[in-house]
Write a protein that binds this ligand. Structure first.
Ligand SMILES: [Zn+2]
Length: 208
């Protein structure tokens, strides 16, 4: 699906889920994080970076979410100078795994990288002035409750090893941000993104 789609750049793990080498020669594949610094990725029409067989393992020093986010922003920015723009999703996907493991240290490491990635995206949006940043989640995991018993430090209390049903937050920055306030169903987020893009009036153009 990803290979057959129009997605211009995808970076992460999961090489075991691809039939490599790809038959599509137009996709430039990288498997070494150093390539994100060394290669001129923008010379390629499409880039697929697979830095692990399954999920990325921080003990092996794979590229951080921050690094992949900044690389993708630069790549997409350079590809869309003559067309209406781009959509990028950057997921801190192992925040969920840390929740399933009920592992605070793991979760904090994942959150720190996610937080750095948000800061980089907001920095991009501040320069660009035409970018809407949305920060949200599809669900929470682990039912984490922070407690501060009298006379003791903050404690993390997990209530499940599954996904939980707590409402999740959405934060918005940039043009169209005002629509993302109040209580909403998660499926409304899609509609609001489409509205913010003024999707019907986007001119078809060649962004490649
Ligand atoms: Zn999960």
């Amino acid at each position: 699906m990803l290979v057959e789609s129009d997605i211009a750049i995808a970076l992460g793990g999961g090489s075991e889920f691809f039939k490599l080498p790809l038959s599509d020669q137009a996709i430039h594949i990288i498997d070494n994080g150093n390539s994100l610094d060394q290669d001129d990725l923008a010379q390629h029409a499409r880039v697929l970076g697979l830095f692990g067989e399954d999920g990325l393992d921080r003990r092996l020093s794979p590229p951080t979410q921050l690094k992949m986010t900044v690389t993708a922003l630069d790549f997409l920015d350079s590809k869309t100078s003559n067309c209406p723009g781009f959509f990028l999703m950057s997921e801190g996907s192992q925040i969920d795994w840390a929740g399933h493991d009920n592992n605070v240290k793991y979760m904090l490491a994942e959150f720190a990288d996610f937080d750095d990635s948000i800061a980089a995206a907001i920095e991009f949006a501040k320069q660009d002035k035409e970018t809407l940043i949305l920060v949200t989640a599809d669900h929470a995991t682990g039912g984490l409750v922070l407690q501060k018993p009298r006379g003791s430090s903050i404690r993390a209390q997990w209530t499940t090893t599954s996904h939980d049903l707590s409402p999740i937050n959405i934060y918005a920055y940039g043009p169209g941000a005002d629509s993302f306030s109040g209580l909403m169903d998660n499926t409304e987020i899609f509609q609001k993104i489409v509205e913010a893009l003024d999707y019907k009036n986007i001119q078809k153009s060649n962004c490649k």
